[in-house]
Design a protein around this ligand. Structure first.
Ligand SMILES: [Mg+2]
Length: 282
């Protein structure tokens, strides 16, 4: 990736009013913090530099995420965390889904997000109108995916309508420095492919994707920060970089996450980061 300008975290702090930091692959993976994360957050807090965590995670409420960050030594306050899960509230209001029976895949906080959005959480064996894939954790994978698929086919065979919602469109995430995992976005792809086989030609059977790269999460960051002078630091071209570019923000692709900087070639301008950065180490 030799054509993209390299930058450092110090220069970003000087050049932009607000930093938008992705969580997984930038500050943390699922086993702990990445090198430099604790020092960076300490310095941002000390110098009162405005920053927000912009994460596609829908498995933890912002308060739960803040507690987890704090346990890891990252003193990040709840109101700095903007999650894809919190976008469900607006989605439910806009699509008039308040009070609708919802099947939710994910742990306790994914269920809580749907309840806070006004959904009525039920099982795949009940009558449901909405499927929300909040996360890949918190349930037996194959049994649950099979019962959601069966429930969907029962409904669709009867000509009933269903809303499919995916707060987190990511496909993979970093579990440790050398391990990767499949996310809820992968489950959505499986279900979409299965429905496509059963109902060929029905183009509406897809999940509405809410988080990055879509603009709602960036609009929320703008609402909170009050300035467009923000830079997005992330590890994924398809979400962090594409989303920032489409919203008119500069972006930084970081080498510490899921994108292999040695093998990528960016021939799609929408995916081109403004800068590349090796790490967040000060
Ligand atoms: Mg990430």
């Amino acid at each position: 990736m030799d054509k993209i300008l390299e930058i450092t975290i110090e220069t970003l702090i000087d050049r932009y009013e607000v930093l938008l930091l992705d969580a997984f692959g930038v500050l943390v993976h699922s086993s702990g913090t990445l090198a430099g994360a604790a020092e960076l957050i300490t310095e941002l807090n000390r110098s009162a530099k405005p920053y927000y965590i912009l994460t596609n995670d829908a498995s933890r409420l912002p308060a739960t995420a803040a507690k987890r960050f704090q346990r890891m030594g990252l003193a990040i306050e709840t109101d700095r965390i903007i999650t894809s899960g919190s976008l469900l509230k607006g989605y439910f209001a806009q699509n008039r889904l308040i009070g609708s029976p919802c099947v939710v895949l994910g742990p306790e906080d994914s269920i809580r997000y749907v309840e806070l959005a006004g959904g009525l959480v039920v099982t795949p064996d009940d009558k449901f109108e909405v499927v929300v894939i909040g996360d890949e954790s918190g349930f037996p994978f194959l049994d649950t995916v099979d019962s959601v698929l069966s429930g969907l086919i029962r409904k669709l065979d009867h000509g009933e309508k269903v809303h499919l919602v995916l707060p987190n469109p990511d496909l993979i995430y970093p579990k440790s420095d050398w391990e990767f995992g499949i996310t809820g976005g992968g489950i959505a792809l499986i279900l979409e492919a299965a429905l496509h086989q059963r109902y060929p030609g029905q183009t509406n059977l897809h999940f509405d994707r809410l988080g990055k790269p879509h603009d709602t999460i960036f609009k929320e960051a703008l609402r909170r920060s009050g300035t467009r002078n923000m830079v997005m630091i992330g590890d994924q071209l398809a979400t962090d970089i594409r989303g920032a570019r489409a919203f008119g923000l500069d972006s930084v692709l970081i080498a510490s996450g899921i994108t292999n900087m040695h093998t990528i070639t960016v021939d799609d301008n929408h995916l081109l980061p403004t800068y590349a950065m090796q790490s967040i180490i000060l």
